[in-house]
Design a protein around this ligand. Structure first.
Ligand code: PLP
Length: 425
């Protein structure tokens, strides 16, 4: 059975182009980037080249990029780096109830350390209103942390406006852009829309690089206390021998993501981000004949959603009226348990998720959907479909055959559905 992967928000496949860029840094170029001999300098060169690629991707300075082990570490470094020192006691942090746990749990930990924390509520569409941020600001607000795009719903926050409000009040602004990067252009330059963002989180494995590598953008002049104590790596902001191969992979993935975002026409083998020889080197796999451009991916996602909504009763899109990233579709299927549907689809070769990957297996309904005001039963009946840059038309067509059949079968077994009980509970 050929599997169909619709869980790109949990992790993306590693692109062969990224793998090929990394390979030499595990094998022949294994030097430590801090060593002064030639092998060390070769590794240092690769790290700095990748730093340049990530900086170009974000339109910032090379020195503003700190490599980390991933999104979780970058989020923690942003929050603890700004708020963990002695002067932070009784400082005020504003974040939201819909953040990833990497921010939510870091904020809760800071709260135990005498940082005052406000968790902003979202609208039923999953949006954080600028007016709500304005109202929550206090004289001692030191940091505002609001995610760019939500990992469960794909809903995009008005980050430029929110960051401007934080700056006007003299607070720093951090955004977790793990789910926005590679899906939306990110311009942190002094003239760009994100000029008021001081700290921004990236994770490699959401942009077709490996797991265990990420970056934090730290705007020049922002003082950050390190979380890890050790050597002077990363300009004393993150101690530890650099993950050279991972960093090279992140740099290459950033270049490919930018090429993809810029691609407006049909693409195929030979396009800048699709090297047919490299694909062939991957167990003889062939590069897909056609991959969706950003516009086509949106159309594919919209067609997917519309077909489900028209073919299956008792369905809807969570956050469907808010701006969303083009790959994500969070759908509820009333009278179903998401977990049962995820398993049924898995057995048919379709990989999707009941919420965020970190929550899979949790009995509690999603904190994001609950915060949006969904009744618990509807939150538990919600499934996230997240397409990738490698998703094809044919895969979507196949998924659209599998899903209605699986939903119908499960509903036949659902006494609540048979009685058509109202979903609001
Ligand atoms: N932030 C968001 C919005 C995410 O979706 C994730 C991963 O799912 C993370 C942070 C954590 O990133 P990582 O898995 O690299 O630690």
């Amino acid at each position: 059975m050929r599997r169909i992967y619709m869980d790109a928000n949990a992790t993306t496949p590693l692109l062969p182009e990224v793998f090929e860029a990394m390979r030499p840094y595990w094998m022949e170029h294994y030097g430590n980037a801090s060593s002064i001999h030639q092998q060390g300098q070769q590794a240092r060169g690769a790290v700095e080249q990748a730093r340049g690629a990530v900086a170009r991707f974000l339109h910032c300075l090379n020195s503003e990029i700190v490599f980390t082990s991933g999104g979780t570490e970058s989020d923690n470094l942003a929050l603890f780096g700004v708020l963990s020192n002695e002067t932070a006691a009784h400082a005020h942090l504003i974040t939201t109830t819909i953040e990833h746990h990497a921010v939510l749990h870091a904020a809760e930990s800071l709260e135990k350390n005498k940082v005052e924390v406000t968790f902003l509520e979202c609208t039923p569409q999953g949006l954080i209103e600028p007016a709500a941020l304005k109202a929550a600001i206090r004289p001692n607000t030191r940091l505002v942390s609001i995610m760019f795009a939500n990992n469960e719903t794909g809903v995009i926050q008005p980050i430029a406006e929110l960051a401007a409000i934080a700056h006007a009040a003299g607070a720093l602004f951090h955004t977790d852009a793990v789910q926005a990067s590679g899906k939306l252009p990110l311009d942190l330059s002094a003239e760009g829309p994100l000029k008021h963002v001081d700290l921004l989180t990236l994770s490699g494995h959401k942009i077709y690089a490996p797991k265990g590598i990420g970056a934090l953008f730290v705007r020049r002049n922002v003082r950050l206390a390190p979380m890890l104590h050790g050597g002077t790596h990363e300009r004393q902001r993150r101690a530890g021998t650099e993950n050279v191969a991972g960093i090279v992979g992140l740099g290459r993935a950033a270049e490919l993501a930018q090429a993809w975002l810029n691609s407006s026409e049909a693409t195929g083998p030979g396009a800048p981000y699709l090297d047919s020889e490299m694909w062939a080197s991957r167990d003889g796999a062939t590069a897909p004949a056609h991959l969706p451009t950003p516009t086509e991916l949106t159309a594919l996602r919209d067609r997917f959603e519309q077909t489900i909504l028209t073919q299956i009763e008792g369905t809807g899109v969570n956050g469907g009226n808010a701006p969303r990233v083009s790959n994500t579709s969070n759908l509820y299927f009333d009278h179903l348990e998401a977990e049962a549907l995820v398993i049924a689809l898995d057995l048919k070769g379709l990989s999707v998720s009941g919420g965020s990957a970190c929550q899979s297996g949790a009995a509690e309904p999603s904190h994001v959907l609950t915060a949006m005001g969904l009744p618990p039963a509807r939150a538990r009946a919600s499934v996230r479909f997240s397409l990738s840059r490698l998703t094809t038309q044919e895969e979507v067509d196949e998924a659209l055959k599998i899903i209605p059949a699986a939903v119908a079968r499960l509903r036949e077994l659902s006494p609540a559905y048979q009685r058509r009980e109202p979903q609001a509970v």
